[in-house]
Design a protein around this ligand. Structure first.
Ligand code: HEC
Length: 163
């Protein structure tokens, strides 16, 4: 009688351990296979060559805008806002101040334009305390997406009152 009970208890214990192993195993498997989905959502960072899955599903204009946004966030935002001067000028309406070709060649190599005494480039360089903007090796398509994004940003952010 006692032995029978002991056998039953041992069987129960075995079964419980077995089930626990299966559950823990399944959880660990989930964690490993869905690591990106579980952990990757905190912040979205785009590096050169990063392929984001949402990104890959975008097409046409959306893709163009997302590429431009990523380029802007990775290369320009530390010095430029849209309506506020950061290190460099606010970029809202920049295409109204200069021609597209001027803006593109400025981004590709502003130092060269300053050296060649392009009057607008020299003026803006002087205005911004002779801080040089780095040169960027973008393709034409990248410049197009970048400026589609910049030009699509809101022009006027309501002023914050300070006293
Ligand atoms: C390290 C800071 C810095 C970074 C990064 C930077 N810029 Fe600039 N940018 C400047 C400064 C400073 C000026 C003012 C002109 C000068 O001094 O050369 C400027 C000027 C400009 C101008 C001319 C604006 C006008 O009103 O005439 C454009 C366009 C521009 N930047 C676009 C960009 C873009 C696009 C990027 C990213 C790909 C970028 N910049 C990254 C500092 C920066």
């Amino acid at each position: 009688m006692f032995q029978k009970k002991l056998k039953a208890a041992a069987w129960l214990l075995n079964t419980a351990v077995f089930l626990l192993t299966v559950v823990v195993g399944a959880l660990a498997y989930q964690l490993v296979t869905n690591k990106d989905a579980l952990l990757g959502q905190e912040e979205e960072v785009f590096y050169c060559g990063t392929i984001d899955e949402d990104f890959a599903l975008l097409t046409g204009e959306d893709l163009q805008n997302e590429t431009g946004k990523a380029l802007f966030l990775n290369n320009c935002i530390q010095c430029h806002g849209f309506t506020e001067v950061v290190v460099g000028p606010a970029l809202a309406g920049v295409m109204k101040r200069h021609s597209k070709e001027w803006v593109y060649s400025f981004v590709l190599n502003s130092s060269k334009m300053i050296e060649e005494k392009d009057s607008a480039a020299v003026a803006i360089f002087e205005e911004y305390a002779k801080t040089q903007m780095p040169a960027f090796a973008f393709s034409r398509a990248e410049l197009d997406s970048l400026f589609d994004y910049i030009n699509s940003q809101p022009r006027d952010v309501p002023a914050v009152e300070t006293d």
